[in-house]
Design a binder for this molecule. Structure first.
Ligand code: GTP
Length: 456
């Protein structure tokens, strides 16, 4: 219509809100999801990093309540032939060759590949098995790293492990980019259990270096193994020291999410899980008789029994809650949405492909926090440099003023000095004249006036 033209009156719009009678069906979605998940099962890839004899096999068996040694071939030796075959192909500096890049994941018999650096020789050994509990199947892969920290010079011990994490990310990236996408199996590392020696002292440089190298690539969960050899007080102090060392090195541990809970108790439990890290654990699959006659998993000592599943005796329950019963899905999701996305984004931007990071920034409060911190630090640095410039300016102005007044004082001093020396000279001249006139022979005179003063 042209300007000024009167529009015909519009019929009044009515919005009718009707309740749909009967049943739509979407309330069933969780059930559908549940059915699908049960059918598909779950998979979980756990990286375990420990020096020899720290109690790793015992702890993993305790966690999953299954003798996983027979899967990895530790006791049975059933994959010894495979191990030997792959050991023949030793790869320099942690680089994966054909054998290294195919770790046979998903193979119940387990597999391994060797990666040898200049000094440390660390193997990557993956073993899978399926665990069933109340009709739910969990496809568990334990990625073991024998040889870690066992050499005299362990400087590079972490490298083959980081390479393995990257390799698994790369494999996933490849499968994502394939035209016929198949995501049958997710081989990415979902969590890393790092074993700390129960020294009651401090973390060693290797511990810190390893954690630094992996904390942005996988969900890091440190544990103090065989903690029954420490007293309660020692554990408290040791944990505090470890947390301080990790904080100073800016190492991030896996933090159970604080969101998504509607009750205070659950939030509190999540805080407790995080605050208690690193977990001081005890491992044992042996059933012993407790003080009050119960059959428990634990370790028996002349002075009593340590119960593995009792949170008053050790932190094993915290570890099980975090790793399996409460946050297994969260560990998988963070791996996928945060850690892998970050890796992928960095990798693609190195190849010159620009990435939109906003999606995983949404999921990663840590990343947002880090970015805000960086921004804040940049602002502070700018402010500091501006303040420094102003300060330098003021100082140089003041210096100039001081120099000027110093010069003035100096010239006045010089002037006065010259004046005084002139006066002194004049006085000396006068004195000399007087002395010479006093010493001169007096003309004969009959009536000489009597002399006064110092010339007498
Ligand atoms: P490697 O396979 O040689 O690297 O050893 P590992 O780290 O797998 O240790 P493993 O589980 O075989 O345990 C080594 C020894 O430590 C065994 O004698 C275990 O009984 C003992 N052990 C394991 N866990 C604990 C624990 O929590 N406390 C104590 N006191 N001993 C433990």
């Amino acid at each position: 219509p042209s300007v000024g033209q009167v529009l015909p009156e519009q019929p009044e719009l009515k919005i009718l809100r009707r309740k749909i009678p009967g049943f739509v069906g979407f309330a069933n979605l969780p059930k559908q999801w549940h059915r699908k998940s049960i059918r598909r099962g779950f998979n979980f890839n756990l990286l375990v990093v420990s020096q020899r004899g720290f109690g790793k096999s015992t702890l993993i068996n305790t966690l999953f309540n299954k003798d996983l040694d027979s899967v990895s071939g530790k006791n049975s030796g059933n994959n010894q032939a495979l191990t030997e075959k792959l050991e023949g192909v030793s790869l320099e500096d942690g680089e994966h060759g054909e054998n290294g890049s195919n770790n046979g994941i998903g193979n119940d018999e387990g597999s391994n590949s060797e990666t040898s650096g200049l000094h440390a020789s660390v193997k990557i050994n993956a073993a899978s098995t399926t665990i069933e509990e109340n009709g739910v199947n969990l496809r568990l892969t334990v990625i073991d790293t024998p040889g870690f920290g066992d050499a005299i010079d362990n400087t590079d011990s972490w490298k083959p492990i980081v390479d393995e994490i990257n390799l698994r990310f790369d494999q996933y990236l490849d499968s994502e980019n394939r035209i016929s996408r198949t995501f049958e199996e997710d081989n990415r590392i979902h969590a890393c259990l790092y074993f700390i020696e129960p020294t009651a002292h401090f973390l060693k440089p290797l511990d810190i270096e390893f954690c630094k190298q992996v904390h942005e690539k996988c969900n890091l969960i440190p544990i103090i193994s065989k903690s029954d050899i420490l007293t309660e007080e020692e554990i408290v102090v040791f944990k505090r020291r470890i947390r301080k060392q990790l904080e100073e090195a800016n190492i991030q541990l896996f933090q159970p999410p604080q969101y998504g809970f509607d009750d205070e108790e659950a939030i509190q439990a999540s805080h407790e899980l995080y605050d208690n890290m690193p977990y001081a654990v005890v491992g044992s699959t042996d059933v012993v008789i407790s003080k009050d006659g119960r059959q428990v998993r634990g370790r028996s000592y002349p002075w009593g029994v340590i119960e593995v599943d009792n949170s008053k005796h050790c932190d094993f329950v915290y570890l099980r809650d975090l790793l399996i019963s409460q946050y297994l899905e969260e560990l998988r999701e963070r791996t996928s949405k945060v850690l892998y996305e970050r890796y992928r984004s960095e990798k693609l931007s190195k190849l010159g492909i620009k990435q939109d990071n906003s999606v995983f920034r949404e999921f990663d409060p840590d990343m947002r926090q880090r970015e805000e911190k960086q921004l804040h630090e940049a602002k502070l640095a700018k402010l500091e440099s501006e303040m420094k410039t102003v300060f330098h300016q003021k100082v140089s102005e003041k210096e100039k003023k001081l120099q000027k007044s110093e010069a003035e004082l100096f010239s006045r001093h010089k002037e006065m000095k010259e004046k005084l020396s002139k006066q002194l000279k004049a006085l000396e001249e006068k004195k000399r004249q007087l002395e010479s006139s006093a010493n001169a022979p007096a003309p004969p005179s009959p009536a000489q006036p009597k002399k006064k003063g110092f010339l007498r």
